[in-house]
Design a binder for this molecule. Sequence first.
Ligand SMILES: *Cc1c(COP(=O)(O)O)cnc(C)c1O
Length: 398
Amino acid sequence: MSDIKFGEEYGFHTRAVHTGNDIDKESGAIRRPIIMANSYALPYDPTDINWSEAGKAVYTRNGGANQSYLQEKLAALEGAEDAVVLATGVAALSAVFFTLLESGDHVICSNVSYIAVYRLLTEHLPNKYGIEASLVDTSDLEAIKKAVRPNTKLIHIETPGNPTLNISDIKEIASIAHEHGALLSVDNTFASPYNQRPTSLGADLVVESLTKYINGHGDAMGGAVLGSKVLIDKIKAEAMVNIGGAISPFNAWLIMRGAVTLPLRMRQHNENALQVAKYLESLPCVSFVAYPGLESNPQYEVAKKQMINGFSGVMSFGLKTDFDTHNAFVSRLKVITSAVSLGHDESLIVFLGPEDERQYLYPKSFHNGFFRFSVGLEDAKDIIEDIRQALTRVGLLG
Ligand SMILES: *Cc1c(COP(=O)(O)O)cnc(C)c1O
């Protein structure tokens, strides 16, 4: 296997297993080791080295061995030219914004997006750096076209969006961005590259929180940006080296290990979530289910067009009851854990209360409080039974 590059001529499962791994030349081990060293040996004459350069084996913040193995695997899974791996998903998002945007630039962003993106684009970047942002319902192509300005540099979308599962049409939005000389970045965390590959649809950059599906086991944080070598080199040189959100080698190794089973896990997440969503939709005490895989979902057709293998494991739903009964329901669950995050092996649920400051951006059905539910890898029948018994114990099911 040594020195074979497992590129796109191989299938997704083969790339998930092999790309980025190789025989360790020193020990003969068939898995590459964890290299925790901060520094790498310098050449005889180091005076030519640019200490701000990324990619050379100099210092782990400029690029470490385990980071580069993981970058190779992720780029192959997405089908992107290159990747940069950073400490968290938010470090990856910040790296995109801080590298591409200058004061006076304008960004269009999905009105429902990860909370740190909302904070960066509505507070920190405008107030400190004079960058303007328009929050737009990016499922509405006309609304995006209307929001474009001469100084629009970037369109950033999240699809499916966290937590409303709003779907945006990647291919159409890439066309709009490119017509106006802007770039499109897509937060692909909810779908993962198994279900959706935005660069194949025209996106310039893809962001993944590796903390979620790609690691998949709830025990390491990481983030990645994927795209052309030119853009990724710029992000490495500017944001990784100088802002400094480098990933720890151990976390890169853990995520590499988790990513091997991404396609198998995603298949189970996809199947389980569809069954659970259908069950929830059938219950009279459920006020709504937002899951792009339900045929009743108004965005089903767009989702189906761009989500190639399934609709992933996250959904949101509401109960026709008062505030406290939502909490009581969660307290009765046995299989499903109440915690933030998503894409772990175990099912996770979080009650997002009606006092959310961003509520005005959500559809009306979300306004009485709702659950974001990440359906895990347990048996679907056990997840469904857990919901059933908890709803029964709080009096919502007869
Ligand atoms: C969790 C999440 C992030 C942030 O990732 P971290 O690894 O927690 O920093 C970004 N985008 C989406 C859609 C997420 O769900």
